[in-house]
Design a protein around this ligand. Sequence first.
Ligand code: MN
Length: 215
Amino acid sequence: MLTLIFSFVLLITNTDSALNNNNNMKFELIKLPYAADALEPVISKQTIELHHGKHLQGYVNNLNNLIQETEFENADLETIVKKSNGTIFNNAGQVLNHNLYFTQFSPNGGGQPSGKLAAAIDAEWGSFENFKKEFENAGTGLFGAGWVWLAEDENGKLSIVKEANGGNPLTKGLKPVLGFDVWEHAYYLDYQNRRADHLKELWKIIDWEIVGNRY
Ligand code: MN
């Protein structure tokens, strides 16, 4: 009887470790810090559910599959974004981009940045209003799919960076502070072709405390 139990435990243990080896899922879908409908009407529940639950989940799954048995198998996300190219870079970039994107929003967002970030924005663009206009113009003027970023260099100097596809300012040695996703999947259900209207609305849900802490 004891042998039987022991064998059974061994069987379970082996099955368990085999499963873990096959499902070495390194990166996981980030949890949203708000309910799917909490950002309405700026971003609808349906868009959040598709964008987070389907698009981002797809990038996470792709990345986990692609890095298996490569030099990036045990690397952290930022390292992969800095050093990879091709499909690994595209998916790693999109995972990092969306992690930054979804965590910068709050149903209680809006208003203005404060402290050091506000001062740095004023130093570069004269005013928060002027910065917003320049940022929106960059996003509207980006042809095709991509991202517009507020990024800082090693001296804290800010700039607006346009990136195609899954690009991130990290590859230019800059730190991403705020990012607007201008892929159509981010806004098409809610705004159709009106990207400019979508970008203008996004300011209402920016959590400037979180964005300020990144700077
Ligand atoms: Mn997206």
